[in-house]
Design a protein around this ligand. Sequence first.
Ligand code: AMP
Length: 283
Amino acid sequence: MTQVVHEIKEVREVLGQWRKEGLSVGLVPTMGYLHAGHKSLIDRAVKENDRVVVSLFVNPMQFGPTEDLNTYPRDLEADTKLCAASGAHVIFNPEPKEMYADGFCSFVDMTGPTAELCGKSRPIHFRGVCTVVNKLFNIVMPDKAYFGQKDAQQLAVIRRMVKDLNIPVEIVACPIVREADGLAKSSRNTYLNAEERQAALVLSRAVRLGQGLVEKGERDTHKVMEAMKACINAEPMAKIDYVEAVDFQSIQKVDAVENEVLFAMAVYIGKTRLIDNFIINIS
Ligand code: AMP
């Protein structure tokens, strides 16, 4: 059975008991409305740890003033079922005031890897992400924490934060889970109407196109990006926010495909902003 707790002190009580018993702990941070992508992280955490905590928290601090904080989908009952089916032990589902008490004024603010990609179009986003993930690490003190490659920049940012701030947690990266037709699973896919859902396939089509070009030997990131952009622009309902190639560690733009390169995109389909990416590792 999965226990649902809302308060930090409840998490600490459970964690204290597990620690006394010498059990290892995995953490899967999420914003809820769980799908098969989240489930892949939870299943892996259950395999690799004695106990697993899944956090469900739509973190107000990482949403800009014109973004979808208030409409973000939520379903605690369905999420609890999914966590129970995976064998997760605890769901931590705090209210914003539990995480940000009156007078809250301490933040984790990163430069470097947060400057490009989503950091450009969502200027306060990663400050919110780093602050909340740092808090979750301090509350749960997990041995391992699980993040999806779906949010590849977030993964690089969290890895950097853990290194820079000497946080004793192992970050585990999990591959992107897709729908049968290629669309990357996302809680935000529920915003799409039938026509937009069809148009949204342009993201995974561009990913496959770009990946194919690199696999065939193209090493000029600009040529790959141009082909991906042309593919996306051919879809009338799509509007590109960005298509970029960056070093996967530093998240700085690169001209040539060498070492580990992240090709990432954010595309509006109607009002819904979707992201997708692929990573090429040439060593
Ligand atoms: P979110 O609830 O969107 O904040 O996502 C929580 C975690 O699940 C993040 O580490 C995401 O990268 C990961 N995630 C979301 N969608 C997918 C997906 N389609 N495949 C793999 N991981 C995902």
